[in-house]
Design a protein around this ligand. Structure first.
Ligand code: LLP
Length: 445
C-alpha cells in the first residue's frame, strides 16, 4: 500500500489521499480516499458516472503561477497551448488570469474567441498547414503573431493579408536541427521533421518578407518537441535562435518577439506538482541565458506542463479476469478515452480511489479497456494494490492530451469533464449521448 499511497500523498493540491472517518464524532478511521482539491473522487464518480475526466482549477493556477514566477524578470507572455486541453472551461479559467494562447487551427482560435474575444491580441497562430480561411479568420480577429512554417505559407499569408487589408505580424518558425530526447512522434526540431524553416534559409526569407506591404516582421519562433525533461536541448535551441535574432537585427529588422514554443515535460513516473517551481526555474534559466542582452518580449507556449498533472481519468473496474499466468483488470475507460498509453507507450500512474486494509496486498496486473484490440491498455505488468470489481481507479496526469485525443471508436460516447475548484464542482462538458454520436449520420432510407 505504502508505495502508492506515499507517492500520491505528496500530490497536493490536485490529487491527494485524505482520511475518511465514520461513527460518533467521526472518530473511527475507515481508510483513505483520493480527493481532487476538497472533493472525494468517489463522490464525483457516483454523481457524474465513469469514465470521467476530473481537473483541479487550483493546480492549473498554481502551475501558471510557477511559470510566471520563473520568468518574472523578463517581459513575457504565456500563450497556453490550446491543443493540450481545449475545453472552454479550462480556457476561460486561463483567460481569466491573463493568459495568452497558442492555437493551431481555426477551430482552436474559435474556442479562444468564444471565451474572450479580447484575448485575440494574446494569440499566436502556429501550425504547418494553415488554410486561407483560417488565416483570414485570424487576421480578422487580430491575432498577435503568425508563426509561419514555410515559404509557400508566407506568400499565402501575404495574399490573405492584402485581401483583408489587415497587416499580419509574422515570425518565421525556424527548425534549429536540435535533437530533443523524447518520443519520435512528438519530436519536431530536426531537419528530417516537417516543421519550420531551416535556419540557413531564414535570413533570406526575412529579407524577402520585409518588402511586402501587408506582412510585418515581428519575431522568430521555434518549437522542438514535447515532453522534454532535460533542459539542455532548450538551451542549445535558444543559442541558435539568439544568434539569428542578432543577425536579423543587424539586417535592420525589428525583432520584437522570441517565441520559444512549448515542450517542457512532466514526471509521469513520480509526479509531485508542488515541485514544479524547480523545473520551471531550470527551464527559465536555460531559455534566458542565451537571450541575455537581446531586447525582446519572450513568448512561451506550454501545454502539458500547465494542465497535465491537474487532471485524472476516473474509471471503474468492470471485471477481474485471469488468463493463464496473467491477471487483468477490465475497466470501463478505454483507449478511445485516453490514447496515450496505446499511441506512445506512455506511462500513467494508476491508483485506487480508496485505500483500506486490503490495499496492503499488491498484485501484478494489466489494466485494460473494453475495446476490441490488444492495444487497448492503460498499464501492463503493473504492480497495484488489490482492487475488486466495482472499485474506482484514477489514471493520473491525464489533464493534457487526454480528452482532446478522445474518439468515439467502438461507438463509445466520450466521457464527461468536471472542473473542481476547492469545494465547488462544475461540469464543463457533459457526457455524450447516443443521439450526440449519431446526429450527423444518415440512413439510406
Ligand atoms: N507549441 C507547438 C508549436 C506545439 O506543436 C506544441 C505541441 C506545443 C506548443 C505544446 O507542447 P507541450 O508544452 O504541451 O509539450 N499528443 C502528444 C503531444 C503532442 C504535442 C504536439 N505539440 C502526447 O500526448 O504526448
Amino acid at each position: 500500500m505504502n508505495r502508492t499511497a506515499n507517492r500520491s500523498e505528496g500530490r497536493p493540491p490536485a490529487f491527494s489521499y485524505r482520511e475518511v472517518r465514520k461513527g460518533f464524532l467521526r472518530r473511527r478511521p475507515i481508510g483513505t480516499t483520493l480527493s481532487c482539491d476538497e472533493i472525494p473522487l468517489e463522490r464525483l464518480a457516483e454523481r457524474y458516472g465513469t469514465p470521467l475526466y476530473v481537473y483541479s482549477a487550483s493546480a492549473i493556477r498554481e502551475r501558471m503561477d510557477s511559470f510566471e514566477h520563473a520568468f518574472r524578470k523578463v517581459p513575457h507572455t504565456i500563450c497556453y497551448s490550446v491543443k493540450a486541453n481545449s475545453n472552454l472551461g479550462i480556457l476561460q479559467l486561463l483567460a481569466g488570469i491573463g493568459c495568452g494562447f497558442d492555437v493551431v487551427s481555426g477551430g482552436e482560435l474559435e474556442r479562444v474567441l468564444r471565451v474572450d474575444r479580447r484575448a485575440a491580441k494574446r494569440v499566436v497562430f502556429s501550425g504547418v498547414g494553415k488554410t486561407s480561411e483560417e488565416m483570414q479568420a485570424a487576421l480578422k480577429a487580430g491575432v498577435m503573431l503568425f508563426n509561419v512554417e514555410s515559404e509557400s505559407e508566407l506568400w499565402r499569408l501575404a495574399e490573405c493579408a492584402a485581401r483583408t487589408r489587415e497587416k499580419a505580424r509574422i515570425a518565421l518558425r525556424v527548425n534549429p536541427d536540435v535533437p530533443a530526447n523524447t518520443h519520435p512522434y512528438i519530436s519536431t526540431g530536426l531537419q528530417q521533421h516537417k516543421f519550420g524553416i531551416p535556419l540557413s534559409k531564414a535570413r533570406k526569407l526575412y529579407a524577402q518578407a520585409s518588402g511586402t506591404k501587408y506582412l510585418r516582421i515581428a519575431g522568430v519562433s521555434v518549437h522542438i518537441g514535447s515532453q522534454i525533461t532535460d533542459v539542455q536541448p532548450f538551451a542549445l535551441t535558444m543559442e541558435r535562435v539568439a544568434e539569428l535574432v542578432r543577425v536579423l537585427q543587424d539586417d535592420g529588422h525589428r525583432i520584437q518577439y522570441v517565441d520559444a514554443g512549448g515542450g517542457l515535460g512532466i514526471d509521469y513516473q513520480d509526479p509531485s506538482p508542488q515541485e514544479f517551481a524547480r523545473p520551471a526555474a531550470e527551464y527559465a534559466a536555460a531559455l534566458l541565458r542565451p537571450l541575455r542582452g537581446l531586447k525582446v518580449h519572450l513568448l512561451l507556449e506550454p501545454g502539458r506542463s500547465i494542465v497535465g498533472p491537474a487532471g485524472a481519468l476516473l474509471t471503474r473496474v468492470l471485471y477481474r479476469k485471469t488468463n493463464g499466468p496473467k491477471q487483468f483488470l477490465v475497466v470501463d475507460a478505454a483507449m478511445n478515452d485516453l490514447v496515450r498509453p496505446s499511441l506512445y507507450d506512455a506511462y500513467h500512474e494508476i491508483v485506487p480511489a480508496r485505500l483500506d486494509v486490503n490495499s496492503a496486498r499488491h498484485e501484478t496486473v494489466d489494466v485494460v479497456g473494453p475495446i476490441c484490440e490488444s492495444g487497448d491498455f492503460f498499464a501492463r505488468g503493473r504492480e497495484l494494490p488489490v482492487v475488486n470489481e466495482g472499485e474506482l481507479l484514477a489514471i493520473l496526469d491525464a489533464g493534457a492530451y487526454g480528452m482532446v485525443l478522445a474518439s468515439n471508436y467502438n461507438t463509445r460516447p466520450r466521457p464527461a469533464e468536471v472542473l473542481v475548484d476547492g469545494k465547488s464542482v462544475k461540469v464543463i462538458r457533459r457526457r455524450e449521448t447516443m443521439d450526440d454520436l449519431l446526429r450527423l449520420e444518415t440512413r439510406l432510407s
